[in-house]
Each structure stands twice: as C-alpha cells, then as structure tokens.
Design a protein around this ligand. Structure first.
Ligand code: AMP
Ligand code: ZN
Length: 112
C-alpha cells in the first residue's frame, strides 16, 4: 500500500514516536493527542478498516488487544483505566484508512 500513511510509518519513511513494536504490531504516539496519553496501535499488515477484516484477521486484532493491555501495564495507566476507540468508515470518522486502535488515558475521559 504505497500511499498509505501508516504503512509509511511502519516502513520508517515517516517518523513516529514508537511505543511498542513486534513482528506484527506497531504502537506509536498520536501526532494530535486528545488526552495526556494517546497511542495508536496498528497491525503491520495493511487492513483498511474494521469493515475490511478478512478471515484470519481476528487473530491479529486479538493480539492488538493483548498488546494494548501490555502497554497499559508498562506505561502505568492500567490501574486507572483507559479507553480504546476504533473509528470505522466515513460516518465513524475514520481519516486514515489503515486499521488503528486509539488508546486514550491519563485523565478522566468524558462520556460519549
Ligand atoms: P482516525 O480519525 O481514526 O482515522 O485517526 C487518525 C489519527 O491519526 C488521528 O488521531 C491523527 O492525529 C493521527 N495521525 C495522523 N498523522 C499522524 C502521524 N504522522 N503520526 C501520528 N499520528 C498521526
Ligand atoms: Zn497501510
């Protein structure tokens, strides 16, 4: 996916502040944080959105949730809690078409 922003971040063509990386998953700080902690967690495989998951992609999505838990533990916000958001498609407000999980933490988040 040559023109995908997050694929470029994965390849290191665009810089990011990495929080976690393994063979299949990358996590980095969101460039416009909506909370004191705002991390994006993405599969290295290009999946355009939650709606574009193929058979078998549930494995990587499951791993992403485990990685989020691990990051929460390591960064020290597991106990206080956090919010995970996935925007999907136009009505969901998805701007970058590479599946990503927003992790927000570090303050009491408003209801929505
Ligand atoms: P969404 O609206 O769910 O597609 O979220 C896209 C997110 O990507 C937004 O929160 C942006 O602030 C974030 N973003 C865009 N460009 C970058 C970048 N170069 N590095 C880090 N985060 C980015
Ligand atoms: Zn991509």
């Amino acid at each position: 996916m040559g023109d995908c922003l997050f694929c470029k971040i994965i390849k290191g063509e665009i810089p990011s502040t990495k929080v976690y990386e393994d063979e299949e998953i990358l996590a980095f700080n969101d460039i416009k944080p909506l909370a004191p902690i705002h991390i994006l967690v993405i599969p290295k495989k290009h999946i355009s959105s939650l709606a574009d998951m193929e058979n078998g992609d549930e494995v990587i999505v499951g791993k992403i949730y485990k990685v989020i838990n691990k990051i929460a533990e390591e960064k020290g916000f597991k106990k206080d809690g956090y919010r995970v958001i996935v925007n999907c498609g136009e009505n969901g407000g998805q701007e970058v078409m590479h599946l990503h999980f927003h992790v927000l933490a570090g303050k009491k988040l408003g209801n929505k």
